[in-house]
Design a protein around this ligand. Structure first.
Ligand SMILES: NC(=O)c1ccc[n+]([C@@H]2O[C@H](COP(=O)([O-])OP(=O)(O)OC[C@H]3O[C@@H](n4cnc5c(N)ncnc54)[C@H](O)[C@@H]3O)[C@@H](O)[C@H]2O)c1
Length: 344
């Protein structure tokens, strides 16, 4: 693709601005249409980004008329299935916001449609694209702590959103945990086998649904991934990227989601103690600065599209992160361990 990639973006709400900021600053992208059922949203984004493209309220009309190379889906989760399948069937590639879909049945249909139409559908997982997470991952994949046995993520945030998150059944798991679960797959290079999840709504919570949860995932390679999260934490908050601990047979690695990760290996003079207490704290060379968050993910999606390769967050891979979310909700509801294979 040497010519510019023509783009129609569907959904002009909050997150659309991040996509527009990145894509309009690239010289390989040409916006040909903006769509929102609320036309004022589309017009305001067109004006804000000084675009000359057309605006629409109906995505089908825009896609049929403009026949773009690429559709960006920044609508809400329950609309993703219809926008994505229509776009793929019209011959467009699609990059969309997380989560892939609002149900496993819809997600499976979307992946099948991408296959049938021989088009790419990649999902935004911006929290994979952070220099420090890449370094944390390298500590594990370069075997600095030996063989990985367990991975733990703690997420404690006090969030007063208002709106839909305050009233839905599983706000934390449905709307947020996809980031952490996808990060766990990225860091460990392991995929989920089963999940047990207990959701709860602690005293003092201002959410109607369960704003806290604890999950245990059995992963491939005998790795156990545990998650503790809350969106109604009163103090001692973590970063939005979580506090991470990876335990290997030779050492442990820590990342607070913000600063440089480190790992600890028992000191040579303490190796034979009954209760070792001296550990060397070590750091890996930080990765050379690369594009991060949405910018990093979009850049990789576009490079992959141009080289006709699936991106890291291609729908075929990303459906496993969604299955962790849907499996956790099923487990919590049915109060039992759920096999991920039940969902796929
Ligand atoms: N990756 C991230 O960090 C991140 C952050 C925030 C939101 N998101 C995701 O982005 C998506 C959008 O979230 P948001 O916060 O921007 O929501 P939003 O409600 O602010 O925006 C969604 C827009 O889509 C429009 N829309 C709805 N149905 C439509 C249809 N049929 N056709 C055309 N337009 C339609 C709405 O009018 C609205 O303007 C969600 O999937 C959300 O989970 C991701």
């Amino acid at each position: 693709m040497n010519k510019k990639i023509t783009v129609v973006q569907v959904g002009c709400g909050s997150i659309s601005k991040t996509w527009l900021q990145i894509l309009t600053s690239r010289d390989d992208i040409l916006y040909v249409g903006l769509v929102d059922i609320n036309i004022d949203m589309a017009i305001s984004k067109k004006n804000e980004f000084h675009l000359t493209c057309d605006v629409f309220t109906n995505y089908k009309e825009a896609i049929d008329l403009l026949k773009p190379d690429l559709v960006i889906d920044t609508t809400i989760p329950k609309i993703h299935h219809q926008v994505v399948t229509y776009s793929l069937k019209a011959g467009c590639h699609v990059f969309g916001e997380k989560p892939l879909s609002d149900s496993m049945a819809n997600a499976i249909d979307m992946v099948k449609t991408a296959d049938k139409m021989n088009r790419y559908y990649s999902i935004m997982q911006n929290r994979r694209y952070i220099n420090n997470i890449a370094t944390f991952k390298s500590i594990i994949t370069d075997s600095k702590i030996g063989e990985l046995g367990s991975l733990n993520a703690d997420f404690y945030i006090e969030a007063h959103f208002g709106g839909f998150r305050d009233v839905i059944k599983s706000p934390l798991i449905l709307d947020m945990a996809i980031h952490t679960f996808d990060q766990a797959r990225y860091i460990s290079k392991c995929d989920p086998i089963s999940v047990y999840c207990h959701e709860f709504n602690p005293k003092g919570s201002w959410y109607k649904g369960n704003a806290s949860a604890t999950c245990i995932f059995e992963m491939t390679n005998d790795v156990v991934f545990t998650y503790n999260g809350s969106w109604c934490a009163k103090g001692a908050l973590t970063s939005w990227e979580c506090n991470w601990r990876a335990m290997g047979n030779l050492g442990a690695a820590i990342w607070d989601g913000k600063t440089r990760p480190f790992y600890e290996i028992v000191s040579s003079n303490d190796k034979t103690s009954m209760f070792p207490n001296n550990y060397d704290q070590l750091y890996l060379e930080t990765k050379a600065s690369t594009l991060e968050y949405h910018q990093g993910c979009i850049d990789e999606m576009l490079s992959s599209l141009k080289s006709k390769q699936p991106s890291s967050t291609d729908c075929h891979d990303n459906i496993l992160s969604l299955a962790m979310v849907m499996g956790a909700i099923k487990s919590s509801k049915e109060k039992r361990k759920v096999l991920i294979s039940e969902l796929l």
